[in-house]
Design a protein around this ligand. Structure first.
Ligand code: HEC
Length: 283
């Protein structure tokens, strides 16, 4: 913890006003490592305040509705600068109304330039879904585009960097929130296990929480121990399941990952099985 005097010095750099109370369903909840905000408390940014930040209009094709559309965005690099971040914050964790989550480390934000969508064809979330879109992506969408940064095209599972229905941004320290899979039995991973861990963080953690309070979405409602047990007892089933869940279990709702190579799936198994089942969720 830094002393109060230094904290005060950091405050004026941030311009986004944080409110104690929610005033609208379209307020963005902010939590985590924010200067002056006690741990566990939530603050709110209004859509209007976000719209008053420096924005950019992008012309994107097929992003929400068919054809070309104009999307008004604030780049996360800009939002990052405007947030009263506490020292040590290096990651944004976006969570959605349905328990889906997406991880944006600061180096990802700087390199791939994800953006927060504020308007689609000039209409804000109070007027969403825009004509032609059945599912309402409100209140917020974060997205990336190869039009903005061509390297986006090479990101594995890039759709996991495009969460819809984002309600909350946690300003986090990556090491704190992912400590469970960088310590203990994961402290010195094999190269395969380290590669699998990256896939886990960027893809599986959208719906699956890791062991030992490791951050992850709650959408799957499956304890890590179950995923681990399947990977350990029946690697063949695990690989088939991750590639195409419905082919094995007709009622499965998990999305398929048919593009994963055998090496990528083996790496995931190496990662997932690193800890004995008895240590999950307790330390
Ligand atoms: C979009 C959400 C989502 C993502 C992303 C996701 N899962 Fe799942 N997963 C689910 C849900 C939901 C279930 C519960 C079973 C079901 O309905 O499909 C599940 C269940 C599982 C199971 C248990 C199957 C069983 O029989 O209970 C395994 C293993 C699994 N997921 C592995 C993974 C791995 C590995 C990844 C990353 C490559 C991943 N999942 C990514 C949503 C997701």
């Amino acid at each position: 913890m830094l002393c109060g005097a230094l904290t005060v010095l950091i405050l004026p750099a941030a311009a986004l006003e944080l409110h104690r109370e929610r005033t609208s369903p379209n307020d963005l909840a902010l939590t985590g490592q924010l200067t002056g905000v006690p741990a566990g408390e939530v603050r709110y940014a209004t859509w209007k305040d976000l719209r008053a930040l420096p924005t950019t209009k992008l012309r994107l094709t097929g992003e929400f509705v068919p054809g070309e559309q104009e999307v008004t965005v604030v780049f996360l690099t800009e939002l990052w600068n405007q947030l009263p971040r506490a020292p040590g914050a290096d990651t944004l964790l976006a969570t959605c109304a349905d328990g889906y989550a997406s991880v944006f480390k600061h180096d990802f934000i700087a390199r791939y330039r994800p953006f927060l969508v504020l308007e689609i064809n000039g209409l804000g979330p109070d007027r969403w879904p825009p004509p032609g879109l059945k599912f309402n992506p409100a209140p917020y969408v974060i997205s990336v585009s190869a039009n903005v940064e061509p390297a986006v095209a090479g990101v594995l599972d890039v759709e996991h960097k495009k969460p819809w229905g984002v309600t909350t941004l946690e300003i986090a320290n990556f090491s704190d929130r992912f400590r469970g899979i960088f310590s203990g039995l994961w402290a010195a991973p094999t190269p395969a296990s380290a590669a699998g861990r990256e896939t886990w963080i960027n893809s599986c953690a959208c719906c699956h929480a890791g062991p030992a309070q490791t951050f992850g979405g709650t959408k799957s409602a499956q304890p890590f121990a179950v995923v681990q047990a399947i990977a350990g007892w029946n690697p063949g089933f695990f690989k088939k399941y991750v590639r195409d869940p419905e082919a094995l279990i007709p009622t499965a709702t998990m999305e398929p990952h048919p593009h994963y190579t055998d090496a990528q799936l083996s790496a995931l198994i190496a990662f997932v099985t690193a800890a004995p089942a008895t240590s999950t969720g307790t330390n």
